[in-house]
Design a protein around this ligand. Structure first.
Ligand SMILES: Cc1ncc(COP(=O)(O)O)c(C=O)c1O
Length: 454
């Protein structure tokens, strides 16, 4: 048996097309609705926010969409990303399972987010747009769009959720190093930010609020567009480069995953790894277990309702059918800031409704425990978000041990945690608490979901 650890593809193997799961869904996805008329939204409704190429990708149903050469050229800076066999973790767990992980932390910004930041910035630049606004939770997405902006010479303004802005000053410095402007959200720069601060001057912010602020700036300024780091169909599409590569790399390894795992905030790194495998199954291949892992403090798939909802707190976005805790839901301030979003991407939600995927939730202390075990065996310190996938992979490997099964587990290590060391410090000092969301608040925010005729 070979004891190979890294499975590497060369630059020529960077996929030439993104994979669109919408082409293979057995039933089509529910339409996106205009927030005012509640009728299906058309491309024109998205024009204040996005360039037409991205709007067309949002509604595309063709199976493959070509990746433009200039985008592939930028991807050469870090792609194809490595697929690794976690042999030392396997040994430490004494499991008969084989554990593989796809490592997205090799990107310049440290996560999978540049996979979509680069094409989004590029399509905007092609459409003559020079200014973009966005939101960021942990700062991974903001840093990625800032990086893309620096390559394409664009002005980037990032509204960073207040609690992360305060917890993660180095990520803010990274965004500024790439030339972006970073504003703590809620802020005084927008009407919706001012309204939130008037009600609660100490608001810790949320992704839903930061999205409202970034969208407001784009809607009010015709020369500014908005970019979103997760949730939307075109973001899921761009991330499928992860799974497309992983399929080839698993073939190189001579293995085939029985279980595919990723953490899920808005669902993009999960979709990125999982959708190409789901596509293989829907086109007549083998059905694998596909597991989305979410935080117990913001359990969108496992506790949310599948309903039409707004993507943001100020109710400015179109209505999307998704698993949601309600756009007004305020998750507690736990450390995986990138997983603190009230909704799940509509494509991931649709896959869940169709029974194509499973979902699981974990509290943060068990996730950090897994992150530390991973660091001490494999050497990489996972981002707090990614520790959720690590936890689940370890639990699956331990299940295999208990059942005496040698299954193959593949998970996505969506980013490294080098800018998140304060959360590890808190973990080592015993200061991390497993916060639960407020049941009454969840009930109230679900009761406030918009009414849409069935
Ligand atoms: C490293 C990392 N993993 C996962 C996520 C969650 O986002 P998504 O569910 O879109 O992959 C984030 C979000 O910021 C992140 O930074």
């Amino acid at each position: 048996m070979s004891d190979q650890i890294k499975f590497l593809l060369d630059e020529d193997s960077i996929p030439k097309a993104w994979y669109n799961l919408a082409a293979d869904f057995p039933t089509p996805m529910p339409a996106v609705l205009h927030p005012g008329t509640k009728q299906p939204a058309g491309p024109a409704d998205f024009e204040p926010l996005f360039p037409m190429e991205l709007i067309l990708q949002e509604v595309a149903t063709e199976r493959y969409i070509e990746i433009p050469d200039p985008v592939r050229d930028v991807f050469k800076l870090w792609r194809p990303s490595p697929l690794m066999r976690a042999r030392r973790l396997e040994q430490a767990l004494d499991t008969p399972a084989k554990i593989y992980y796809k490592y997205e932390g090799v990107s310049p910004a440290g996560s999978h987010k540049p996979n979509t930041a680069i094409p989004q910035a590029w399509y905007n630049k092609q459409a003559g747009i020079k200014k973009l606004t966005t939101e960021t939770g942990a700062g991974q997405w903001g840093a990625s769009l800032a990086f893309a902006g620096s390559l394409f010479d664009m002005d980037i303004t990032v509204f960073q959720v207040r609690v992360s802005y305060d917890q993660k000053p180095y990520r803010r410095a990274l965004m500024e190093t790439y030339g972006a402007r970073c504003v703590a959200s809620p802020s005084n720069e927008t009407e919706c930010g001012r309204a939130i601060l008037a009600k609660n001057p100490n608001s810790p912010g949320s992704l839903g609020m930061a999205i409202s602020e970034a969208v407001e700036i784009a809607v009010k300024n015709p020369d500014v567009k908005y970019a979103l780091g997760s949730v939307l169909n075109h973001v899921m599409l761009h991330q499928t480069i992860i799974g497309e590569e992983a399929i080839k790399q698993m073939e190189m390894a001579g293995d085939d995953p029985d279980v595919v795992i990723a953490c899920a905030g808005g669902g993009s790194n999960f979709a990125g790894l999982a959708f190409p495998f789901i596509g293989l199954h829907l086109r007549g291949g083998r059905k694998r277990r596909i597991v989305a892992v979410e935080p117990a403090a913001c359990p969108t798939l496992t506790r949310g309702k599948y309903a039409y909802d707004f993507g943001d707190t100020a109710q400015m976005t179109p209505l999307m059918k998704m698993h949601t805790l309600g756009a007004s839901f305020m998750p507690p301030g736990f450390h995986a800031g990138g997983l603190r979003y009230h909704g799940m991407g509509p494509m991931v939600s649709h896959a869940y409704e169709l029974g194509l995927i499973e979902a699981k939730s974990y509290h943060q202390v068990k996730c950090f425990e897994a992150g530390v075990q991973f660091a001490r065996t494999e050497g990489i310190v996972p981002a707090p978000e990614s520790t959720h996938a690590v936890r689940c992979a370890i639990d699956e490997a331990l299940r295999c041990k208990a059942e005496g099964k040698s299954e193959t587990i593949l998970f996505n290590l969506s980013g490294h945690g080098h800018f998140d060391m304060q959360s590890y410090i808190n973990y080592f000092e015993g200061k991390l608490v497993d916060q639960d969301y407020d049941e009454a608040e969840l009930a109230a925010s679900l009761a406030a979901l918009p009414e849409v005729a069935a």
